[in-house]
Write a protein that binds this ligand. Structure first.
Ligand code: NDP
Length: 501
């Protein structure tokens, strides 16, 4: 376990977070605020303005006006790309500061936070490259007097609602693509992690973004999130979070038929065949389940291992689990930090206890973890074996450092278990035989499939879910396409149209 010795110093001042509305930083009309304490040590990190209907209304009005008067959508691709590259440079220049607040509010390790901020800057650069490539197409085979032109236009005002697990990375999977497309936005970060979205707002202003193009409203899902999804002046909602809230958003947006893009939960399986490199697989499995303390939509939270190699693989995973440095998030050596809240810690523990009652066995862990000098919430690296597919732990998102182990004997059985349940975010397969990997990759129901690896990610490659894991895609050119509307223009050349009357 990693304690506080050698840790990066915590901030000495409380971060004061305000709303960004029409280019100005403002408090709430009510004057109310809310506090965020570090989940690792209880320190007061952020005091944020508590948004209500008045702030949402003002932010949407600002975004609507900024879109309708074309102050952003009329800029050229070159100008948008130049701006996005400037933001990327500012993110790099402010990496340590952003990472520090990301760690303080979320409890994630500082080294991981730094890597995420670096990755976020890369996404802004990738989106900049797309800003200059937007184009529709043309049809000149519609007859001699007709030319058809298909235009790609920005969809309009986008509400972006983000969760607490990767606050800066997730807003960076949405905003630069929307800006590249020419949209305007209102962002609501999770109330647990407001600070780094506010810092991003500061960087956008520093980079010269016109007022009203990006607005930020801080506060709770209700009323801020609900108003951002109900409002008639919003054209699209881009949401990352739980499937339950995703469904509520689909219901709310159906009243005004907004476009919706959803990145939701997952119960991501990895199937391990007997010919797999078990040492490679064990290392990736441990990374997949403990990264971000398992609070990750892409968490590799269940493995489906061939019966003949199950005992050997579990042994390897347990041995590696003992070595993973859990502890103080501010210590650069830490790889797994705190759990986001005590309520969430209780939820994680409940899944493990229920699985044991249902007949599963705990191979390692299975209880909260105490770290010297830290008052916050931590959970032991946990491997639960003898899990069967009807247990809640096998099909529901635990969102903690808890691996479920199921077994199979035939390919079809493995596939049936992998495809069971409501989610379809990502999946993995481990085998030295490329045919086995490809057969699995083509039949598994998932938005992303990793073969002999886990959780690599690239700005170039689309990410999103099948089934109840989401709608639409982020990243890649697909990520920008989500924010574009298609318009067809049919042009008659000369007076060749035959009169109807
Ligand atoms: P939620 O889905 O509840 O929240 C995500 C975001 O949506 C937050 O900003 C939240 O605000 C907001 N929100 C909540 N209710 C509404 C609503 N009705 N309309 C619009 N916006 C709303 O996730 P939680 O943070 O509460 O986590 C709960 C569970 O969700 C986790 O245990 C995990 O299983 C899953 N989850 C999945 C994620 C993923 O990446 N797929 C990410 C985070 C969570 P506020 O924070 O104020 O409630």
């Amino acid at each position: 376990m990693i304690s506080g010795a050698g840790a990066v110093p915590a901030p000495t001042d409380v971060f004061i977070a305000q709303h960004l509305i029409n280019g100005a930083w403002v408090s709430s009309a009510s004057g109310q605020t809310f506090d965020r304490f570090s989940p690792a040590n209880g320190q007061l990190v952020t005091q944020a303005a508590l948004g209500g209907e008045a702030e949402v209304e003002a932010a949407i009005a600002a975004a609507r006006t900024a879109f309708d008067d074309r102050r952003w959508s009329d800029t050229s691709g070159k100008e948008r790309a130049t701006f996005l590259l400037k933001v990327a440079d500012l993110i790099d220049a402010n990496r340590s500061r952003i990472a520090l607040y990301e760690t303080m509010e979320s409890g994630k390790p500082i080294a991981q936070a730094e890597a995420e901020i670096e990755g976020a800057a890369d996404i802004w650069r990738f989106a900049a490259s797309l800003a200059r490539t937007i184009h529709g197409d043309s049809h000149n085979t519609l007859g001699p007097d007709m030319l058809g032109v298909v235009l790609k236009e920005p969809i309009g005002v986008v509400s972006m609602i983000t969760p607490w697990n990767f606050p800066f990375l997730i807003v960076s999977q949405k905003l630069p693509f929307a800006l590249a497309a020419g949209c305007t936005a209102v962002i609501k970060p999770s109330e647990l992690t407001s600070a780094t979205t506010v810092i991003l707002g500061q960087l956008l202003i520093e980079a010269g973004l016109p007022a009203g193009v990006v607005n930020i409203v801080l506060g709770y899902g209700d009323p801020v999130g609900t108003n951002l999804t109900n409002h008639p002046d919003v054209d699209m909602v881009s949401f990352t979070g739980s499937t339950a809230v995703g469904k509520a958003i689909v219901a709310a947006t159906s009243k005004t038929l907004k476009k919706v893009s959803l990145e939701l939960g997952g119960k991501n399986p990895q199937v391990i065949f007997p010919d797999a490199d078990l040492d490679e697989a064990a290392d990736a499995i441990v990374f997949g389940i403990y990264f971000n303390a398992g609070q990750c939509c892409n968490s590799g939270s269940r493995i489906i291992v061939h019966h003949d190699i199950a005992a050997v693989l579990i042994q390897k995973i347990v041995e590696l689990s003992r070595k993973v440095p859990f502890g103080d998030p501010l210590n650069p050596s830490t790889k797994v930090g705190a759990i986001i809240s005590s309520q969430h810690q209780a939820k994680i523990d409940g899944y493990v206890k229920d699985a044991v009652k249902a007949g599963a066995t705990v191979a390692i862990g299975g209880a909260p973890l105490t770290i010297d000098g830290m008052s916050g919430e931590f959970y032991q690296p946990t491997v639960v074996a003898n899990v069967t597919k009807n247990m809640a732990i096998a099909s529901e998102e635990v969102f903690g450092p808890v691996l479920s182990v199921l077994t199979f004997t035939t390919f079809d059985e493995a596939l049936e278990i992998a495809n069971g349940g409501d989610y379809g975010l990502s999946a993995g397969v481990w085998s030295q035989d490329i045919s086995t990997c490809l057969k699995f990759a083509r039949r598994v129901q998932a938005g992303t499939v990793w073969t002999n690896t886990w959780m690599d990610g690239f700005a170039e490659l689309p990410f999103g879910g099948a089934k109840e894991s989401g709608l639409g895609r982020e990243l890649g050119h697909h990520g920008m396409d989500e924010y574009l509307e298609t318009k067809t223009v049919q042009m008659r050349i000369g007076k060749t149209r035959s009169r109807w009357v």
